[in-house]
Structure formats: C-alpha cells, structure tokens
Design a protein around this ligand. Structure first.
Ligand SMILES: [Zn+2]
Length: 417
C-alpha cells in the first residue's frame, strides 16, 4: 500500500465499495484525544490500521468479517507500515547515526536498536537478559508457549499475560515437570490435554513430511525410556521416561511416553496450549534465545547513548559524577547499580532517589577495539563514587593518562597484551 489515499479502495474494492479514502499522512487527531503534551499532530499509519481493524457499534463490519480478504488486507497494511518505517530510517541516516557511525563508508544502512528485530535490537535484549541474570542468578526453567496460527493473537496475548501472572504470583512450579501421558482412568483431563498439545509426532519414517524431519527428527524424538532423570555428557537434562503402557493412536502410528514433550500438568490444563517446560542450566539458554547477537562483533555499537559524549553537556555519566558530589549514599554504588536506587529524570537530566519501583541497570556493550571507551566502560563496572573523569582514572592518588592504564592498575587486565 502506498501513501496514496486511493490505494486501499482501488486494491480492495470489496472492502471499500464506496471508494473511501484510505491512509494518508495528513489525517489529524481529533483535538479531544490530543493532550497538549503530545507533540505529534497526525495519525501514524500503524494507528490508522489499528483503528480500522476493530468492531464498532453503529459501523459496518465489512473489513473485519472479510475472511481471507481481511488477512490479505492485514498483510498489505503490515508490509506497508514496515516499508515506510524503513524508508524513513533510510532517509534519516545522517541524523540517526551521527558521529559514531561516520567511520562506516561502505554505504550500509544502519538500523537503530529501536527497530524491532534489527541486530542492535537483538543485541540490546541479550545484554538486558545478561544483566538480569547477573542480578538474580541463573534461570531455573525454560518455558516455550506456542499456539497454532488459527488462534487470534489477542487470545494468545491474554493467555500469555495469565501465564506470566501465574508464574509471578502463584506457584505453578515445584518438582512438576512431567514427561508421561497421564492414565486416562485417573486423570482424563490431563490425558486429553497431553494428547492434544504435548505429543511430538508422528515424525521420522512414519511421517517424512513433518516439519522437524531433516533425514531424521531434528528434535531427537522418539526419546528412549529412562528409569531416572540424569544428565548427558553435554550437561543436558535427560528426563525420566518410564514405560507405563499408556499409548495413544495417532493415525496409523502409536505414540507413548517416548513422544511426550516435557510439560507442567496444571499449566497445560489451564492454558490448553503447547507449553514446553524444561530445566534450565547455565547462561547457555539465554545465549540461545538471542543467538543473532553472536554473529560477529559489531564495529559500530552506539557508544554515545551509553557513555555520553562529554562535549554535549549533561549525560547519564556526567550527572552520575554530579550525584556523587552531592550525595554520599550514591558513592557506594557502581555506575551500573545506580538505577537500582535512583531514577533518571529526562526533562531536567538528573539522577533522583528512587521512590517506587525497581530497575536493573547495565552499562551497554562496547566492543573491544573501540579504543579508550572500551576501557572506560570496564572501569564503570568496578569503580564507585567517581566525581569526574579525572577522578575515575585516578588510582591510589595517581592520575593515569588514559583508561587503559587505569584498568591495568586496577588489575582488570590479565596481562599487558
Ligand atoms: Zn520430530
């Protein structure tokens, strides 16, 4: 869909039989919904389509009840929104990338971390996750929650919120990861849910068209029977799977406990969805979650947002110095620990004592090879109560010429290479 207001009507004559205008960039908000603090005056393309895709009393339901034409319309709308966002980023490269990226003369388009799915976005999620792990320790469980595509995403979201609530407030987890088909005589509800959602297969030779089959099953089903839960040589958990004799007929194939994807009985019954619950160990799974970030070092990481450019006035970092100068209690914290106890007020650019809520801070990633900024970042994870840049690299009363030297003095570098 282009930004021409007639495009929708021409492309979907059945959805817009009167040739109504579609989206164009000059649709104003109604003043009643527009608080004075709002800087934008015009409806965005995403907002426009979000508005169209609703049931409303006193309005025809042509679009939302159009079946496959609705799906076509949604996909076109989504592609158009993405296309226009990318076009914006493409046209505004100099503004978005500023001095840090100027070394890149290859003509690459840089997607910022705010663009969902971009390498920078994935990288930031990964580093957030690592900061959370550092604060709370390693995760215990690895839960995957999926649905067949025919479930409306609103329903999925509602169930996902309930799941997260249950995990936070109710204790669904104890020793309760199961890998067996319940006995239908004793637990019919559980039996039905496991049969419906948690059986893997038939795949392999019985069904070579299954999505998991690449030669044989890529998820190594069917598993073996095991009398106890153990670890394999790679440190992965091997769950107990006993031969209880309970079997399920799927087409011409018989499935048993060797085909059960690990699950939690109460969660499964409540959510009526495929929820895989596994024991998690080490930070390995976090890394797996954000595997995109490991694809080579990123030469152009945005250092400005993190460390602040000392030439542009107040930054998080300069105001950390200011905070240390006026608040003795802040001096016992490292820079990364500041957000636990202080909030950043963007309007006056100041750290203020935190009154409510909770936040985990992290100093954003800077790749080795970024020069002194890399060593500055390293210092910030260790040093407490610095009053200014010079104080930050002063060790035992001696001012170091740069942050690399200061790191060395602090014993942060294992050798001088
Ligand atoms: Zn399989």
């Amino acid at each position: 869909m282009s930004l021409n207001p007639k495009f929708d009507a021409l492309h979907f004559p059945l959805l817009f039989p009167y040739g109504e205008d579609g989206y164009h960039p000059l649709i104003k908000y109604r003043s009643a919904f527009c608080p004075p603090s709002m800087r934008r005056q015009f409806v965005t393309q995403r907002e426009y389509y979000a508005f169209r895709l609703q049931y409303r009393n006193g309005e025809g339901h042509t679009i939302v009840q159009a079946g496959k034409a609705l799906q076509h319309f949604c996909i076109d709308a989504y592609s158009s929104i993405e296309l226009n966002r990318l076009a914006f980023l493409c046209c505004h490269q100099p503004r978005l990338t500023a001095e840090v990226y100027q070394g890149d003369k290859m003509g690459h388009i840089v997607l910022p971390g705010t663009y969902i799915g971009s390498p920078r976005y994935m990288q930031q999620l990964y580093h957030d996750a690592m900061a959370v792990v550092e604060f709370f320790g390693n995760p215990d469980l690895f839960i995957t929650f999926t649905y067949k595509p025919m479930v409306i995403s609103r329903v999925f979201h509602a169930k996902l919120s309930i799941l997260i609530d249950d995990i936070k407030k109710n204790s669904y987890f104890g020793k309760t990861i199961a890998t067996k088909i319940p006995d239908p005589q004793q637990d019919l509800v559980g039996y039905e849910a496991v049969c419906k959602f948690m059986l893997h297969g038939p795949c392999g030779e019985a069904n070579t068209n299954a999505p998991c089959v690449k030669g044989k099953c890529s998820k190594q089903f069917p598993k073996e029977f095991h009398s106890a839960t153990t670890f394999d040589k790679f440190g992965n958990v091997v769950y107990r799977r006993s031969n209880t004799g309970v079997e399920v007929q799927k087409g011409s194939v018989v499935l048993d406990n060797r085909h059960v994807v690990p699950y939690n009985r109460n969660l499964l019954v409540k959510m009526q969805a495929h929820i895989n619950v596994e024991v998690c160990h080490k930070g390995k799974l976090i890394k797996y979650l954000f595997k995109y970030v490991t694809k080579g070092p990123d030469r152009q990481s945005n250092v400005r947002n993190v460390l602040g450019n000392p030439n542009v006035g107040k930054t998080h970092l300069t105001e950390w110095f200011a905070l240390n100068r006026r608040d003795p209690q802040a001096r016992v914290l490292t820079y990364a620990q500041i957000p636990n106890n202080y909030t950043w007020l963007p309007d006056c650019k100041e750290w203020n004592p935190r009154k409510k809520g909770f936040a985990i801070g992290r100093v954003a990633y800077v790749p080795p090879g970024s020069g002194d900024v890399f060593f500055l970042r390293m210092m910030l994870t260790k040093v407490r109560g610095a009053l200014n840049y010079a104080h930050l690299r002063t060790f035992n009363g001696e001012l170091c010429p740069d942050f690399e030297k200061a790191c060395e003095k602090l014993g942060l570098l294992s050798d001088t290479s």
